[in-house]
Design a protein around this ligand. Structure first.
Ligand SMILES: [Zn+2]
Length: 351
């Protein structure tokens, strides 16, 4: 019996980062369908090395990609409620050693790395299945780590192979019991610590072994330092915008009750509108910058600039336009997150 009943299922996108084998994709898809009753769509995300530069593992010298920017890229590429990224590249979290997968507890994106799964076809498939199940569990708000359950900690390949391949009775109960089952708009189990303690809470019962428990705020502040910087001078604006942001958040909650197909169209439309808004903003800002440059030149030197100077000004204006729209983007994101009381991507990340 799939975990979700037909009338209440989150939409899930499988986002591939770089070249991913057909077996990986079909296994992930099948796991989502048989375990959760979800028919996932596939989306192509960016290559990992276009997202960030890999760094050698301190233990093995293998090149590993930091997972936080990958999780963001996966969320960006997805048009569904939840997204699971698949990559053949090696990944890690916070500079620690290699991981097989990582998901934000109660968040929207997770990643599975098949980097060292290759051995035999059967083992490969089993490892992908376990990781997809486990990371979906994380996204649905299960943060626990215990034996006899697919959520067991698996720092090594052998440990992963020995891990139970399904959810234990208790975890399955939390996912299926009408009292606690994940429901829109958050798709998080009702008794999740994510809901009770809010973002930034410590991992309860953390086993204290390196890669496992990390604070949401650690991840958040790192990622958001550039984005929240513009918040300082515009705190007042944020206060004024509060009802507006709450309106958007209510709209999002309402949207998540619509049928999956309608939601996909809305998500897609939103992404297109967002893209063109910032494209137009870029052009407008570049023109304004050029206009300001010409006016300044005229005021200071009292003559019209020559062709070479104008070209130089155009290049500068394009640069200013580009960074200008990035800044506006950061401010909008920062205000929205700040007003709603914490980054939307908040949540503990767990392997
Ligand atoms: Zn369990």
């Amino acid at each position: 019996m799939p975990i979700f009943p037909p009338e209440r299922r989150p939409t899930v996108d499988l986002v591939t980062l770089g070249d991913v084998s057909g077996t990986t994709i079909s296994t992930a898809r099948q796991t989502l369908e048989t375990t959760f009753g979800i028919v996932a769509r596939r989306r192509r995300g960016p290559d990992p090395d276009r997202v960030c530069d890999p760094e050698p593992s301190p233990y093995t010298d293998e090149e590993l990609f930091e997972s936080a920017p990958l999780l963001d890229a996966i969320a960006d590429a997805s048009e569904a409620d939840l997204a699971i990224g698949l990559t053949a590249a090696g990944i890690r979290h916070d500079g620690q050693d290699r991981l097989f997968g990582l998901g934000e507890v109660g968040g929207t994106s997770a990643v599975v790395s098949t980097d060292c799964f290759e051995e035999s076809e059967r083992e490969f498939v089993e490892r992908v299945e376990k990781q997809v199940r486990k990371q979906m569990g994380r996204l649905l708000g299960l943060e626990t780590t215990h034996g006899d359950c697919v959520l067991e900690r698996a720092p090594f390949l052998r440990a992963l192979d020995e891990t139970e391949s399904t959810f234990c009775v208790e975890c399955r109960g939390r996912l299926t019991d009408p009292e606690t089952a994940p429901a829109p708009p958050l798709w998080v189990v009702g008794d999740s610590p994510v809901l009770e303690e809010g973002p930034g809470s410590d991992v309860e019962g953390s086993n204290g072994t390196g890669a496992a428990g990390s604070h949401a705020t650690d991840d958040g502040s790192l990622e958001l330092s550039l984005r929240t910087l513009p918040l300082v001078p515009i705190g007042f604006v944020a206060m004024a915008l509060s009802p507006f942001a709450r309106g958007i958040s209510r709209l999002a909650a309402w949207e998540s009750t619509l049928p999956p197909e309608t939601r996909r169209i809305l998500h897609g439309g939103y992404r297109i509108v967002r893209f063109w808004t910032f494209a137009v903003l870029f052009v407008v800002l570049a023109f304004l910058a050029l206009y300001a440059e010409l006016a300044l030149y005229d005021r200071v030197l009292g003559t019209s600039p020559g062709a070479a100077v104008v070209w130089g000004m155009i290049i500068v204006a394009i640069g200013l336009g580009y960074y200008g729209q990035l800044l506006v983007r950061a401010m909008v994101g920062g205000v929205y997150e700040g007003v709603l009381g914490g980054p939307q991507s908040s949540g503990t990340r767990r392997p």
